[in-house]
Ligand binder design. Structure first.
Ligand code: NAD
Ligand code: UDP
Length: 312
């Protein structure tokens, strides 16, 4: 039995990861400061004797004897990471230093939840891992983008300097049940708006694109990456390459919810990436033929079912 630490474990992705790791017979410590995560996301796991929930902030060190660490702690939605941008940088950078220090001391393997945002507003399409990106270092998204980029740097330097066993996964837009209804990201916003009969808010003209991955496909990719041989460090893109405009997403959500909501157009936030699509060749080759299995309509159905219970 492995003992596994999941930081940010009470969040959307973290809660699915904890559930899956427990189901595979591991002992799981879920650490969270509950900024965007919720106890409710892991309440169903609390009765399991191999599950521990710890309130802790990753900007201060945490000590535990563990075999593996998944570092997910960080607000992921633009409205939340921009709420206190200095804290967002501290969470990414000091959080990385703290989990890497722990991994070094206890010789644990450590996986960093990085992001497609390291590519910024990309000039290379689809995005391949050796593209260095087009990131504004002084804009309103920089606290998140540069924080995550610095975390990748720290992971590589702890690996080169101290031999820490690391894995970097670059996660592309992921959605599914347990996203917070007030999360502010596009999939949850559109579904909640459609179910409540409110206007669907498209920022800009809706011509910008994203490629949406269902959470179960991501969790499978994360665990496969953690289990790769030590020489595989990443970064590895994990996402669903099927690309949609935001207008197409709005139309799909209206269709699937059979909503009477109208689409309205609002201002586009600064530095909003115009296009995004992962090249997943590396994930496929390194992670035993991994590829997404849940396409948008099927994933949206499951997510809509979840939100119907949440927002009445
Ligand atoms: P989320 O906001 O639901 O989860 C983040 C979790 O981290 C929350 O439970 C939050 O309370 C916790 N947290 C935040 N700051 C913390 C701190 N200082 N100390 C301890 N806990 C803290 O978001 P998510 O979508 O589940 O994202 C999880 C991770 O995956 C994040 O690191 C995010 O950057 C990364 N990611 C997500 C996506 C996506 O599309 N969902 C894409 C790329 C990367
Ligand atoms: N977006 C939108 N309406 C919303 C929320 C988001 O049009 O209510 C847009 C946003 O401007 C961006 C895209 O949807 O172009 C994805 O936004 P999200 O915050 O989900 O993720 P990210 O921009 O970080 O990929």
């Amino acid at each position: 039995m492995k003992r596994i630490l999941v930081t940010g474990g009470a969040g959307f992705i973290g809660s699915h990861l904890c559930e899956r790791l427990l189901a595979e017979g591991n002992d799981v410590i879920c650490l969270d400061n509950f900024f965007t995560g919720r106890k409710q996301n892991v309440a169903h796991l609390l009765g399991n004797p191999y599950f521990e929930l710890v309130r802790h902030d990753v900007i201060t060190p945490y000590y535990a004897e563990v075999d593996e660490i998944y570092n997910l702690a960080c607000p992921a939605s633009p409205i939340h990471y921009q709420y206190n941008p200095i804290k967002t940088v501290k969470t990414s950078v000091m959080g990385a230093i703290n989990v890497l220090g722990l991994a070094k001391r206890v010789r644990a393997k450590v996986l960093q939840a990085s992001t497609s945002e390291v590519y910024g507003d990309p000039n290379v399409h689809p995005q391949v891992e050796n593209y260095w990106g087009n990131v504004n270092p002084i804009g309103i998204r920089s606290c998140y983008d540069e924080g995550k980029r610095c975390a990748e740097t720290l992971f590589m330097d702890y690996h080169r300097q101290n031999g820490v066993r690391i894995k970097i996964i670059r996660i592309f837009n992921t959605y599914g049940p347990r996203m917070n209804p007030n999360d502010g990201r596009v999939v949850s916003n559109f579904i909640v708006q459609a179910l409540q009969g409110n206007n669907i808010t498209i920022y800009g003209k809706g011509t910008q694109t994203r490629s949406f991955q269902y959470v179960d496909d991501l969790v499978e990719g994360m665990i496969r990456l953690m289990n790769t041989p030590d020489e595989v460090t990443g970064p590895v893109n994990v996402g669903n390459p099927n690309e949609f405009t935001i207008l197409e997403l709005a139309q799909k959500v209206i269709e699937l919810t059979q909503s009477t909501s109208k689409i309205v157009f609002e201002d586009l936030p600064a530095d909003d990436p115009r296009q995004r699509q992962p090249d997943i060749t590396q994930a496929h080759n390194l992670l035993g033929g991994w590829q997404p299995t849940v396409q948008l309509a099927a994933g949206l159905h499951k997510t809509i079912d979840y939100f119907r219970q949440q927002v009445r």
